[in-house]
Ligand binder design. Structure first.
Ligand code: NAD
Length: 273
């Protein structure tokens, strides 16, 4: 368990919802929040067995978890998911907007459907879930025994909220949108003691980008873009999420934490410009 100096797990008694938590970063984030003492809703869109495997892992380690199916871009499904969570655990303290996908194509070949679907899941999904969580944080206010904040929202963005990405216009636009959605929510919600931050991962080994690291040749090419010369693991992101969810970061809101081994440091300029 991740402990504070008082030897209490740092998120003891808090209730978290992680979207897209049946694989990759989301699955690891769910497990690490649980290891830090939170009860965790493992949201998934499809593949109930994989979501259940995450729940089983958390329960085997002595934690509490609940798998709930919902497409984050469908308003009725999001509302039903939050209602189910509140019925089980009364409220929410931590939302991790993690669900996301890519549908890549050169601009001139990109279909409207693929443009729209990526914007729907990656951006509208974060809006719908943040709105549902913020309504509950407003309604409930600060519970001092749990946290100094009334609620915490963590938005999974990407280094492509600042690095343009040819062949991925829909994805880059969605993450650029997440960046300003996050800052605007942070500004609007701060007086209500709600903290909103983003994490922008670089290259993390997950199913979303397996083609970029599966073969030694692909991995060598990818490492050229990473000054720290290692590809990230989901745990690198999980540690950042736990910190942003905890009171250890209580004075941090509206921030984007780049967890990217330096990918946003213009590695092309390492040897001069
Ligand atoms: P992943 O494909 O394993 O995870 C994405 C999850 O989102 C999947 O579980 C998928 O089922 C879920 N999802 C897709 N559509 C959904 C919907 N409509 N409703 C609910 N869930 C849905 O990939 P990942 O790398 O773990 O990605 C997690 C997040 O991290 C994404 O937002 C991604 O953009 C971001 N990210 C990943 C990397 C990386 O290198 N892996 C880098 C930057 C950002």
């Amino acid at each position: 368990m991740l402990m504070t100096h008082t030897s209490e797990p740092i998120l003891q008694g808090q209730r978290a919802l992680v979207t897209g938590a049946s694989s990759g970063i989301g699955a690891t984030v769910a497990k690490m929040l649980a290891a830090a003492g939170a009860k965790v809703v493992v949201n998934y869109a499809g593949g109930a067995d994989r979501a259940q495997a995450v729940v089983d892992h958390i329960q085997a380690a002595g934690g509490e978890a609940l798998a709930i199916r919902a497409n984050v871009h469908r308003e009725d499904e999001v509302e039903a998911m939050f209602a189910q969570m509140f019925e089980a655990w009364d409220s929410i303290d931590i939302l991790v907007n993690n669900a996301g996908l890519q549908k890549d194509a050169p601009l001139v070949e990109m279909s409207l459907a693929d443009w729209q679907h990526v914007l729907d899941v990656n951006l509208t999904g974060q809006f719908l879930c943040s709105r549902a969580a913020a309504r509950e944080f407003f309604h409930r206010g600060v519970v001092p025994e749990l946290s100094r904040a009334a609620g915490k929202i963590i938005c999974m963005s990407s280094v492509h909220d600042v690095i343009p990405w040819a062949g991925h216009a829909n994805y880059a636009a969605s993450k650029g949108g997440v960046s300003l959605l996050m800052k605007t929510m942070a500004q609007e919600l701060a007086p209500h003691r709600i903290r909103v931050n983003a994490i922008s991962p670089g290259a993390i080994k997950t199913p979303i980008n397996s083609a970029a690291w599966m073969t030694p040749e692909a991995e060598a090419e990818l490492l050229k873009l990473i000054p720290y010369r290692r590809i990230g693991d989901p745990e690198d992101i999980g540690r950042a999420v736990v910190w942003l969810a905890s009171d250890a970061s209580d004075y941090v809101t509206g921030a984007t934490l780049y967890v990217d081994g330096g990918m946003t440091l213009y590695p092309g300029f390492e040897q001069g410009g």
